[in-house]
Write a protein that binds this ligand. Structure first.
Ligand code: BV8
Ligand code: ZN
Length: 249
């Protein structure tokens, strides 16, 4: 990493009184979870956009549950990585911090992050298609067509599928944190999925400085004040340590 570029990023982050962060699949990649659009972004030949939709679930609920049970099994084997832990340390050092994640893997909370907004839901939670009841089913394996213990109807993963609205309450909190922050970090996301990706432009419009961490350029790079290209697990621990030191220095 170019030391002067890293210092620019530290100079953005260190004085911030309110930080909002948007993370995507890239921050969990080094925990061993495939990203959506990377080379391993296919699942049994399907693209997530083809399987993670209400239409796919209505057409073939077994196929969709096969996809989600595969990801739940995988998730049961992985741990947060140094990038997740770095964000938990950053939160502890700042007066105001909101972590907005598109990820449904729960790894930020597992790493100790507290103020986490899961705008696309959570892989461990299921929701009844009949009575709407929500059940937390962490790290247990589910049958291929799980039924509601209350009304017997089919359960679905409690995640936001393509074509579905995000939870209004969670989205309102994400927008509020984005509008109020003076530094917005966008980490490990291709910035292609809306409305989540739009938070980067919203932050910019509200005058926040934008700091991107990704392996490569994304649409967010156009509005970032600083883009650090490399692995989040390698960049974040150093960036956070330097920013905290400079803040208390
Ligand atoms: C809605 C939960 C509307 C499920 C997910 C055309 C144009 C614009 C928008 C649309 C369009 N057509 C349709 C839409 C809307 C659509 C959308 O945005 N589609 C995209 C694909 C174009 N959005 C929706 O449907 C949303 N709903 O719009 O509703 C509406 C309006 C009115 C009334 C009713 C409805 C809902 C979107 C939510 C979909 N659900 N997930 C599940 O997980 O199974 S989205 C899914 O994509 C994941 O949540 C994922 O997080 C998210 C974004 O992907 P990324 O996280 O960015 O992951 P990706 O693989 O793409 O990129 C990884 C990045 O990490 C890369 O940049 C890579 O370089 C980087 N990286 C990799 N390794 C590392 C790294 N970086 C650092 N270090 C590393 N080691
Ligand atoms: Zn039910």
């Amino acid at each position: 990493m170019d030391p002067s570029l890293l210092q620019c990023a530290v100079d953005l982050l260190a004085p911030a009184e309110s930080v909002a962060v948007l993370t995507g699949a890239g921050i969990s990649a080094e925990s061993g979870i495939p990203t959506f659009r990377g080379p391993d972004g296919f699942w049994k030949g399907f693209r997530p956009e083809e399987v993670a939709t209400p239409e796919a679930f209505a057409r073939d609920p077994k196929l969709v549950w096969d996809f989600y049970n595969y990801r739940r099994r995988l998730l049961g084997q992985v741990q947060p990585n140094a990038a997740h832990y770095a964000l938990a340390r950053l939160e502890a050092a700042l007066p105001e911090f909101t972590l907005i994640t598109q990820n449904v893997d729960g790894l930020h909370r597992l790493a100790g992050s507290r103020n986490v907004l899961e705008v696309h839901g959570n892989l461990w939670r299921v929701r009844c298609t009949g009575c709407g009841a929500v059940f937390d089913k962490p790290r247990v394996s589910l049958p291929e067509l799980p039924a509601c213990e209350r009304c017997g109807k089919l359960l679905r993963p409690d995640v936001v599928w393509f074509g579905e609205m995000l939870s209004e309450a969670v989205w309102a909190e994400a927008m509020a944190a984005t509008g109020a922050c003076d530094c917005f970090m966008v980490i490990g996301t291709s910035a292609l999925v809306h409305p989540a990706a739009g938070l980067v432009w919203t932050a910019r419009q509200h005058g926040a400085r934008v700091l991107e961490v990704n392996l490569e350029a994304t649409p967010a790079s156009e509005v970032a004040d600083v883009s650090l290209y490399g692995k989040a697990r390698e960049i974040l621990p150093d960036l956070v340590a330097r920013a905290i030191e400079q803040r208390h220095g």
